[in-house]
Design a binder for this molecule. Structure first.
Ligand code: DQA
Length: 144
């Protein structure tokens, strides 16, 4: 199954960005770990990161034509702001898991609401970058 890994705004700064909250792994580390895990699970993974809302929407739209069967997405701050991102995911009707590295529920109140969670297959928060790997494991389990 084709899986698309999407990281949203500021996640390109992983490794140097607020390490007490997000840890020391870089985005390259996360993507390498995900490629390794996908290979183990027999999934075909493509990774994409953008700081731009429109670019994320365009990538999600393109996924439908590419036959992507599942999306793992950390939408960053767009989680809490973007009805357009919600509409894009709902529009392509590709099932997805929402991942957050930090425990958003232990943080500022504005991070407690997600525009995506109620239409996600599942949500993983607060487990650090392991959350991405766990999302891929759940994805792999769904292909059988
Ligand atoms: C995040 C949590 C968001 O609130 C924040 O804006 C991010 C990262 C996380 O992975 O914990 O950019 O999605």
């Amino acid at each position: 199954m084709k899986v698309l890994l999407i990281n949203g705004p500021n996640l390109n700064l992983l490794g140097t960005r607020e390490p007490a909250t997000y840890g020391h792994a870089t985005l390259a580390d996360v993507e390498a770990m995900c490629h390794h895990e996908a290979e183990r699970l027999g999934l075909s993974l493509t990774a994409f990161q953008s700081n731009h809302e429109g670019a994320l929407l365009d990538r999600i739209h393109a996924a439908r034509g590419e036959g992507v069967g599942f999306i793992v997405i950390n939408p960053g701050a767009f989680t809490h702001t973007s009805i357009a991102l919600r509409d894009a995911l709902a529009g392509v009707a590709i099932p997805f898991i929402e991942v957050h590295i930090s425990n958003v529920h232990r943080r500022e109140p504005f991070r407690h609401h997600s525009y995506l969670s109620d239409i996600a297959e599942g949500v993983i928060v607060g487990l650090g970058i392991d959350g991405y790997r766990l999302a891929l494991m759940a994805t792999g389990a769904r292909q059988h």
